[in-house]
Design a binder for this molecule. Structure first.
Ligand SMILES: Cc1cc2nc3c(=O)[nH]c(=O)nc-3n(C[C@H](O)[C@H](O)[C@H](O)COP(=O)(O)OP(=O)(O)OC[C@H]3O[C@@H](n4cnc5c(N)ncnc54)[C@H](O)[C@@H]3O)c2cc1C
Length: 573
């Protein structure tokens, strides 16, 4: 069987992956992208509100600076983010946004022609640059166009299912080709994972179906730790009923949150920042209002109102056209005239594959990761809105150039082909078993049970009893999956069921890591709120959680957060 080869393989064609591929190519490397989908169908395309940089274009943000943006990010992270990494990312923010502009990104603008900037949660100044409320669409398109210009090959309709590693060194990946229905071996000297988020573990999410944590699981199985996986961002304003995102830009433009008494309840929780407090705080506040009977719907599945009716119609039409349309389609409400129903939903994974500030793994040589699947960590325990697109663009660039540098010094392994072939055989056997349909447990019911468990027991408020139950339940589901998962569809080509079943195995392992991290972190930090351990515990938990996959089991350890400039303080807004 033929083996395909590129010096660097980028897995994932979202903003992080495309930016990494461009950087690797610009640094002279032989690089290719492998992805399930065409680049502009990646979840990055759905990003709405904007990308942060301290440009100082807004009249109110004239004295903004790298330091102020970095401080807001560190404070927003509840002091868990690694400060040198934050300073590095923000230090590159300005040039990164201008680079996207020069590549053709159609940013919204001020009268004087400079890039528009609006206020976002947890930020001291209005510094979120935007292209209406379709920022992800615009930045992903220009990154992809750039890759086309440079001739970077993109292999679509392919799912990476395993990383082949020997002696802690990357050899290549095993790929399911949707078009042929068969497995392929791809050899490389370095791999860059940019596989995106994990929202499908919860189901009630703003994330696309492809955000299934499978990439994280593949890295975990190959010996790389997952870091800080208990830190899950629940976005305060996803549409009630289907959790489609209503961007923070709605509040940035002046939207109010109101309870069933019509009160702007954020007054009680964050008197200064109000609706523009960071997301962890706003989500908890909404949840609290609902629990205390001041929401709509039930306590288990309640919502509050996002009210923009006081804003001028032109402002909504010009700055928020997409979310108005989304709300109109999905709820029938026109936000120009009526408040819309919103509730917290899974939005973003602060944790991810453990890499350093060069996006490089110390556990497996030749492995790099960037974007949402990775944890550098620049978001710590809570990410600020607008900082993720920034991370994808900056860290993508770093990952691509670092990988290009790395491969210059690597001689290709003569063993790679054999190692890949052995891995391929293992995976073929697994697929044969799934296709034989001998199991008895429907993997999709297992997935639904996992989702229900995570939604009820590992949500905004957490406590020991529920977390232990969740961990036990996930372990039981893992066992059931191993013993009994099967495929109904026997077609080899474009078998989307196969994609899901393979991903469910990964989701279960990642869910276990989330539960374990959450159970062991007996403090409140950022989005991780323990009702039975109120207060932040810097003495014991100013640390990143690491979980490694060792002989089939999840093993937990900790790593000190890097504090260089700002000592932790109480976090008030
Ligand atoms: C609705 C929404 C709105 C958002 N708005 C904003 C915003 O305004 N500002 C902001 O900063 N952030 C925002 N975010 C967050 C931000 O958009 C994401 O964190 C970021 O775009 C993730 O980019 P990525 O490149 O890491 O992953 P993605 O864009 O998700 O791309 C992942 C890629 O990996 C591929 N892939 C996955 N697994 C495999 C596999 N096993 N084999 C092959 N390919 C694979 C997928 O096909 C895809 O191409 C938003 C997120 C959502 C969901």
């Amino acid at each position: 069987m033929q083996i395909k080869r590129h010096s660097i393989l980028v897995v994932g064609s979202g903003l992080a992956g495309m930016r990494a591929a461009v950087a690797a190519r610009e640094n002279g490397a032989d690089v290719a992208v492998i992805s399930i989908c065409q680049p502009v169908r990646s979840h990055s395309v759905a990003a709405q509100g904007g990308i942060n940089a301290p440009l100082g274009n807004n009249p109110e943000s004239k004295d903004d600076s790298v330091e102020k943006h970095a401080f807001d990010t560190v404070k927003g992270s509840d002091y868990l983010a690694d400060q040198p990494a934050v300073l590095k990312m923000i230090g590159m923010a300005k040039e990164t946004v201008y680079e996207l502009e020069h590549w053709g990104c159609p940013f919204s603008r001020f009268e004087d022609g400079s890039i528009g900037q609006r206020p976002f949660g947890g930020a001291g100044y209005p510094r979120t640059c935007f292209a209406a409320d379709r920022t992800g669409h615009s930045v992903l398109h220009v990154a992809w166009e750039r890759s086309v210009k440079l001739g970077v090959p993109v292999y679509e309709d392919r799912l990476v299912i395993r990383l082949a590693v020997k002696d802690k060194k990357v050899q290549g990946v095993i790929v399911y080709n949707f078009r042929t229905g068969y497995l392929e071996m791809w050899e490389c000297d370095a791999v860059i994972f940019a596989t995106g988020g994990a929202g499908q573990i919860y189901g009630a999410t703003s994330n696309a179906l492809s955000c299934n944590a499978f990439g994280m699981a593949i890295a975990y199985w190959a010996g790389i730790a997952l870091k800080d996986m208990e830190f899950i961002q629940f976005h305060p304003t996803t549409l009630y009923g289907n959790n489609v995102l209503i961007s923070e830009a709605a509040r940035g433009e002046g939207g109010y949150l109101r309870n069933n008494k019509g009160e702007r309840f954020m007054e009680k929780y964050a008197p200064e920042k109000m609706e523009l407090a960071p997301r962890d705080i706003v989500s908890r506040s909404i949840y609290q209002e609902v629990l205390e009977g001041r929401g709509y719907g039930t306590k288990e599945n309640g919502y509050i109102h996002l009210d923009l009716t006081h804003l001028p119609e032109e402002q909504i039409l010009e700055r928020l056209p997409q979310i108005r349309e989304l709300a109109l389609i999905f709820t029938g409400q026109d936000m120009i005239k009526d408040p819309i129903p919103v509730q917290p939903g899974f939005h973003y994974m602060m944790g991810g594959i453990h890499v350093d500030e060069n996006c490089s793994s110390k556990e497996v040589e030749g492995f790099f990761a960037c974007g949402e699947c990775s944890c550098v960590s620049v978001h710590g325990a809570n990410r600020l809105g607008g900082n993720s697109l920034l991370e994808c663009a900056v860290m993508g660039k770093i990952a691509g150039s670092q990988a290009a540098e790395y491969v210059k010094g690597v001689t290709s392994s003569s063993e790679a082909k054999n190692i890949l072939f052995l891995e391929l055989q293992k995976q073929e056997a697994k697929l044969d078993h799934l296709f034989s349909g001998k199991g008895k447990d429907d993997p999709f019911s297992i997935m639904e049970e996992m989702r229900a468990t995570m939604m009820t027991k590992v949500f905004v408020y957490r406590e020991e009893g529920a977390l232990s139950e969740a961990l036990n339940k996930i372990r039981e589901l893992k066992k059931r999956f191993k013993e009994g998962a099967y495929l109904k569809s026997k077609v080899r080509e474009y078998n989307r069921e196969l994609e899901w079943v393979l991903a469910i195995e990964g989701m279960l392992d990642v869910a276990e890591v989330m539960c374990l991290g959450a159970l062991k972190r007996t403090e409140c930090r950022g989005c991780h709120w323990r009702l039975d351990h109120l207060g932040r515990d810097d003495e014991n938990f100013l640390k990143h959680t690491l979980v490694n996959y060792i002989e089939g089991e999840a093993k937990l350890s900790y790593l000190d957060a890097i504090i260089t400039k700002w000592q932790p303080k109480e976090r008030k807004y």
